[in-house]
Design a protein around this ligand. Structure first.
Ligand SMILES: NC(=O)C1=CN([C@@H]2O[C@H](COP(=O)(O)OP(=O)(O)OC[C@H]3O[C@@H](n4cnc5c(N)ncnc54)[C@H](OP(=O)(O)O)[C@@H]3O)[C@@H](O)[C@H]2O)C=CC1
Ligand SMILES: N[C@@H](CC=O)C(=O)O
Ligand code: NA
Length: 365
C-alpha cells in the first residue's frame, strides 16, 4: 500500500494572525486528511519549537510550549537545512511583518519550499526582490501566494490575476485599502452622528488587531502604499517601491521622530485638533473625509491620501474595517468589478492565508 502523502508546515510568527491561522490549520487538517499536514516548526521572534526527528508539534498547546521553549528561532539558511532534511514537501507560512524574513523568500523558494503569507514586505519592497521571488519559484517549481497582503482575506489579488490572465485590460484600480483607516474614519467622521476622538479610535484599532504591529505604519500611509505597489505590479506596472509615488501621511509633524509606537500613542491625543480641523473642513462642504488610493494603469500614476466624499458615496458609507476595491477594466466597462468586506482582523486575514495553503497543497501534494 502506498504511504499517505505528507506535507510539512513551518510557521514563522504567532501573533494576532498567526494564532487564528493555527486554529484554521487544525480545522483544515481534520477536514482534509490527505495530504497529512504536519507542523514541524513554529517560531516567534524569540522562541521556536522543532524536533530533530520531525515529530508533529501539537497545535492545542503550542503557545504554552512556545512560552517555555529554550529553542531559539533558526536563521533562514539553518531553517532551510532543517526543513529540507525531512525529505517531505514543505510550506512556509510567514505570519510576521518582518523585512528580514521577506528578504529570504528567494532562498526558501529556490530550495523548493513554497510560501503563503499575509506579509506585504516581500512583494512591496524593491522591484529586484519581487523579480527574484518569482524567478526562484519558477526555477524550482515551489509556489508562492500572498492573498492576504491586500484586503486581508478578500479575493483581491486572485481576482486581479484572473482578470489579467484571461486577457482583460485593467485600466484603473481604486478604493479603500486599509482596514485601520476605514475603521478610523468610519468611527471618527461617520456620515451621521458626532464620531469619536481621533487618538482614542487609533488605540481601539490597535486593540481590535487591525493595525500593523506599529500603528504608525498605517497612519503614515505606507501600508496602503505597499498594497497599491503590490496591485500595480500584478497589473503589470514596474513600480520601484512604495515610496516612489505621492503618499499622504497622517502622522503629526511634531511626532515624526518619536522613538516607539507606544510613545506615539501616548502623545497623539495632544494633536487631535489637527484631524478635527480636517473633518470640519469637509463637513462645511457637506462631505466626509476618507483615506483612499488609486492606480491609473495607463498613465502609471499611483497615489494615496485623504479625499472628501459626498455622504451618499459608497466609500463614505463603509462600516467597520471594510475595504472597497473597484477594478475598472475593458470588459467591465463603466461599471467596475467591486470587492467589499472586512479588510483587517485576525480571522479574516488567516482565512486568506489558509485558502492560499489549500491552493498550494492542490499543486504540490
Ligand atoms: N492584522 C491584520 O488585520 C492583518 C495583518 N496582515 C499582516 O499579517 C502579518 C501579521 O500581522 P499580526 O499577526 O497582526 O502581527 P503581530 O504583531 O500580532 O504578530 C507578529 C508575529 O510575528 C513574530 N515576528 C516578528 N518578527 C519576527 C521574526 N523576525 N522572526 C520570527 N518571528 C517574528 C512576532 O513575534 P514576537 O511576538 O516575538 O515579536 C509575532 O509572533 C503582518 O505582516 C501584517 O501586515 C495582513 C492583513 C491584515
Ligand atoms: N494594518 C492593515 C492590516 C491589513 O493589511 C490594515 O489596517 O489594513
Ligand atoms: Na486579499
Amino acid at each position: 500500500m502506498a504511504a499517505a502523502k505528507q506535507v510539512n508546515i513551518a510557521i514563522i510568527g504567532a501573533g494576532g494572525v498567526g494564532k487564528c491561522f493555527l486554529g484554521q490549520l487544525e480545522t483544515l487538517a481534520q477536514r482534509r486528511p490527505s495530504p497529512k499536514l504536519v507542523l514541524t516548526y513554529i517560531s516567534t521572534s524569540k522562541k521556536a519549537i522543532y524536533n530533530s526527528d520531525y515529530a508533529a508539534i501539537t497545535i492545542n498547546d503550542v503557545f504554552s510550549k512556545l512560552a517555555s521553549s529554550s529553542q531559539a528561532p533558526l536563521a533562514p539558511p539553518k531553517l532551510i537545512e532543517y526543513l529540507k532534511s525531512s525529505g517531505s514537501k514543505t510550506v512556509l507560512v510567514d505570519n510576521t511583518s518582518s523585512q528580514d524574513v521577506a528578504d529570504a523568500y528567494p532562498l526558501f523558494l529556490g530550495n523548493g519550499i513554497s510560501i503563503v503569507t499575509p506579509n506585504k514586505k516581500a512583494f512591496s519592497g524593491s522591484y529586484k526582490l519581487w523579480q527574484e521571488i518569482f524567478s526562484a519559484a519558477e526555477q524550482s517549481g515551489a509556489k508562492v501566494y500572498h492573498e492576504s497582503s491586500v484586503g486581508a482575506g478578500l479575493p483581491v489579488i486572485s481576482t486581479l490575476n484572473d482578470l489579467v490572465n484571461t486577457g482583460d485590460e485593467v485600466t484603473k484600480i481604486e478604493g479603500v485599502f486599509s482596514g485601520t483607516m476605514s475603521f478610523l474614519f468610519n468611527s471618527f467622521a461617520p456620515t451621521s452622528g458626532k464620531g469619536g476622538q481621533w487618538s482614542a479610535e487609533v488605540r481601539k484599532a490597535k486593540e481590535l488587531g487591525y493595525t500593523e504591529p506599529d500603528p504608525r505604519d498605517d497612519l503614515n500611509g505606507l501600508d496602503v502604499a505597499r498594497k497599491l505597489t503590490i496591485l500595480a505590479r500584478h497589473a503589470g506596472l514596474e513600480v520601484e517601491s512604495p515610496t516612489s509615488f505621492p503618499v499622504q501621511s497622517l502622522i503629526p509633524k511634531e511626532l515624526e521622530s518619536v522613538a516607539t509606537g507606544d510613545e506615539f500613542l501616548e502623545k497623539l491625543p495632544a494633536f487631535d485638533s489637527q484631524m478635527e480641523e480636517t473633518k470640519a473642513a469637509a463637513e462645511k462642504e457637506g462631505k466626509v473625509v476618507r483615506f483612499v488610493g488609486s492606480i491609473d494603469v495607463a498613465s502609471k500614476q499611483v497615489k494615496v491620501g485623504l479625499e472628501k466624499f459626498d455622504l451618499s458615496h459608497p466609500i463614505a458609507a463603509l462600516k467597520g474595517s471594510d475595504n472597497i476595491i473597484s477594478f475598472y477594466t475593458k470588459r467591465y466597462g463603466s461599471n467596475p468589478l467591486i470587492i467589499q468586506g472586512a479588510g483587517a482582523g485576525g480571522e479574516v486575514t488567516a482565512m486568506g492565508v489558509t485558502s492560499d495553503l489549500i491552493k498550494v497543497l492542490s499543486q504540490v501534494a
